[in-house]
Ligand binder design. Sequence first.
Ligand code: SF4
Ligand code: MSK
Length: 662
Amino acid sequence: MEEEKVVSKKVIAKKKEIDPNDLTICDATAQMIIKARKDGVETAFDRAANMKACPIGADSACCKHCAMGPCRLNAKDPYGKVGVCGATIDTIMARNFARMVAAGGAAHTDHGMGMLDLFREVLNGNIKDYTIKNPQKLIEVAQSIGIETEDREIKDIAMDLYKELERTYTQVDGEIPFAQRVPEKTLETWRKLGIVPRGAMREIMELMHRSHMGVDQHYENITKQCSRTALADGWGGSMVATEISDILFGTPSPVAVEVNMGVLKEDQVNIIIHGHEPNLFESIVESVNEPTLIQAAKDAGAKGINLVGMCCSGLEMFVRHGIPHAGNFMSTEAVLVTGAVDAMGVDVQCIKQGLVKVADCYGTKLITTNPRCHIEGATHIEFHEHDPKACTDEIVIQAIGRFKNRNMPIEIPKIVNTGVHGFSHEYINYMLGGTFRASYTPLNDNIINGRIRGVAGVVGCTNPRMKQDWVHVELVKELIKNDVLVVQTGCSQIALAKAGLTTPEAAHLAGPGLKEVCETVGMPPVLGCGACVDNSRILIACAEMVKTGGLGDSIADLPVAGCAPEYMSEKAICIGQYFVASGVYTVFGVTFPIVEGTKFHKHLFEELEQLGCGKWGFATDPYEIARMMIAHIDKKRKALGIDKARERTLVDMADRRAMDAA
Ligand code: SF4
Ligand code: MSK
């Protein structure tokens, strides 16, 4: 009887509902959270509110690496207890961190290896739906790793490039090919520390081995392999993914794109592609332009087919095709609540399982396409590169079918923003230097003379444990106000686009020096560079800044900093570690899987910098994060002896005009 009472109490217990305005600054998402609640549909925002994060897990103070455990240590007294095997808090946290790096690195490198498989099959003539769209980029990439290109056929260069890049994944010894792109002094540091990556498969395998029960039990040694594995992602797997995507599908250059849920059209068949790999999206672009499918949509009563991107798939495509973007990671369930999405095709990474239920409630076809990612309850239509349109045509057909049978009211938030995105490192080079003298010299000069204080990478996810988009936007506003040029990848840039900060007009929000540079060049103060796999573009930009000269000899000397203020994924942890190992101060928000005051904490947050790398930082308040990043940039300016230059040039446009007139 007593038990019955408890059960019924549980059933009627009202779920906690937080005011949508406290969950997001995205008005469209807030509107859809309200609608979802009215419709009785649950989203990750509500699930997060009703599921308190486990405090021991959040501190990474537990281990379940063997059946003698799981063992829980006490974060308040971290050295008061050890695991059953005797593992200390430092070993446990370092091993947990290592597994996150391994999983994150595996995601990116598997994506990159898939792109390389596609490249090989295109070269062998086995895949005919894709070709080399950018031979110039192919030549540049080949030259960057010492492949002879003079008087050679493109196909021969491409074959050599394939063979070289395959080493990025499979090589058992030696240095990965793109190590040749790393500034000499940075590479020297890596060699001294023994962290130059061999092949990604080897590094990930070794990291998994070392973090097994009873193997590596020294947090410093585990961290070393974390760095080596992460570098195999940043300068390896991810970089190959980016470069091959550019070669096959074109290098992005700036384009004005529409962002937000208002890009959905009530009178058209709406199809969303969400995930990460560009090949699915490239193929569906063909499918939605197929005359027979357009006719089928019209026969079903639609005015046409409206293709829209989300998350990183969307980022890959809006910079290559100008395709509109409906929102970032935390808007993927909310967008289905509009009722206007006829089909959502997904491939890999960041696909919430919760999408199935939401899609089901609104009759949306949720279609998985990748053999690596099936979801219980979703329709699976496998994508084969040898016949890509068989899959993407079918997605369109399913979407048309759902359009015909739409049977509930549709509510599309009428919000559309515009952003200018697609700043590949090649374009930054061209934009600043011009056609005849493309170079990073103007960027370095403007940093040296202080107009630009430094460069910050603000990247990564959104997370329901934070108010969606808010930390990204406030942090970036604070940085540009202080003359810090911001470069972006991943979902972060959609937050900034929705806030209107990725247009050249946003220069008025920048400090006087940055504003002057933006107005002269006609660029936004916030440069969107691509998807989360494209953080490699930021690494290349850093390497170019070092090679151009005047800002030190290694990446660790540069007045730069990075941040993922609303991160959620293991990929983000791996990205953070490769930036740190490359020499960049990297601040994360939300939560950090570590106990403060431990040796492992000191190692990541202080000692790595003394070894010639960067270091980690953590804060959740955007203004505090900005303060930390700017303080670091100023520290590096001082070390370079360019802090005085900045003091001299801190004048606004009015002062400057007055000086000119005098
Ligand atoms: Fe516990 Fe050690 Fe097993 Fe981890 S490896 S679960 S700390 S006994
Ligand atoms: S999709 S990893 S939520 S950036 Fe690349 Fe966005 Fe983060 Fe996924």
